[in-house]
Design a protein around this ligand. Sequence first.
Ligand SMILES: Nc1nc2c(ncn2[C@@H]2O[C@H](COP(=O)(O)OP(=O)(O)OP(=O)(O)O)[C@@H](O)[C@H]2O)c(=O)[nH]1
Ligand SMILES: [Mg+2]
Length: 387
Amino acid sequence: MTERYKPSWVPEADDDKFACRVMRGLNDSPLRNTTSTPPQQTGKRPAKLTVDDYVEGILSGNRMMLSRAITLIESNAAAHFEMAQQVIQKVLPYTGKATRIGITGVPGAGKSTFIECLGTKLCQEGHKVAVLAVDPSSTVTGGSILGDKTRMFTLSRQENAFIRPSPSGGTLGGLTRKSRETLLLCEAAGYDTILVETVGVGQSETTVRSMVDFFLLVVLTGAGDELQGMKKGVIELSDGIVVNKADGDNKPKALITKSEYNRILHFLRPATEGWITKAYTCSAYTGEGVMELWHDVIEKFIEQCQANGVLQERRKQQTMSWVYSMVEEHLHNLFYRAPRIIACKDSVENQVLQGELTPTLAVQQLINTFIEEKLEPIGSKNNPILK
Ligand SMILES: Nc1nc2c(ncn2[C@@H]2O[C@H](COP(=O)(O)OP(=O)(O)OP(=O)(O)O)[C@@H](O)[C@H]2O)c(=O)[nH]1
Ligand SMILES: [Mg+2]
């Protein structure tokens, strides 16, 4: 808990009813002026954290240090970015050992309840479980709706669990980077199972699919309408589909929905080579079917894909496509922010629209203009970091 201390002035009758307490500030911000005197010299200030402090903290499984390192990753300040990258670089050899599971589905399908149930049981079995969220709407609204600890009450109280809501603000590309880097830090901190929740909005399923081993789609009954509305693409990304809320009166309907999905899956290409994607039922509420799904499907999948090398290949491809998608995003930004491009763009566009210049020659001209631009290193004023 954050340490508190009293301000220099307090009423004579200083008792607990006097509400004013000064919150001790964090001292690890590289932007902080370290020469400034603290508001009061009583008590020790926490020492400024170095990259090695973060690394040691993470590797020793210290949840508070892990949280603070993730905050560095989520920060958009250049100094934090640099420090975060150094931390990730140092813990990189300790990553890659966890089982990475993505969980998607329409709002209200029961993803959080499923994670609460599965995560708690896994913790009880001795696993260390980290729950992350990728919520693209948070980049627009600035808010974070997923990974809400209040919805995962039992899990959040487990010693072996770590829950982190989606970072908010920034671009989708930024969100992807931050989520992937957070996943790596969690692995370095010893979490052997990473559950990533995402709501089926925009590109989020593709984003999460590209960072996990097994991708689970949580659906509801009412297959007729739902299958019509469901994007075929999401089903094709999935390694398993679970019809949730198979409890009470809903159970017979859930079984029918399961067969409907199985019929459809029969005609689709499976997401993972050598694995047949199937539909199952469960109740995240009662827990029925949840651990069966874990042991009989997810664990079997991991075992099989490790044995035939598909998992190792998938991870290699995921990492490299991440690298190149960041390169593309950065080049895109560099191009459109380049002063020379800004200066000539309107005139080139006009020439194309007037039929005076072919689109191909316009591209040549724009790229050649871009090449002449004097580019500055990443992190400098005119060339900001990847947010
Ligand atoms: N009967 C029943 N209700 C469930 C089950 N799983 C979830 N619910 C209920 O369904 C509602 C939505 O559950 P959430 O877990 O918040 O759903 P979600 O998919 O995480 O929703 P978003 O995060 O908003 O996308 C809650 O009221 C849950 O209590 C289940 O297995 N059976
Ligand atoms: Mg949820």
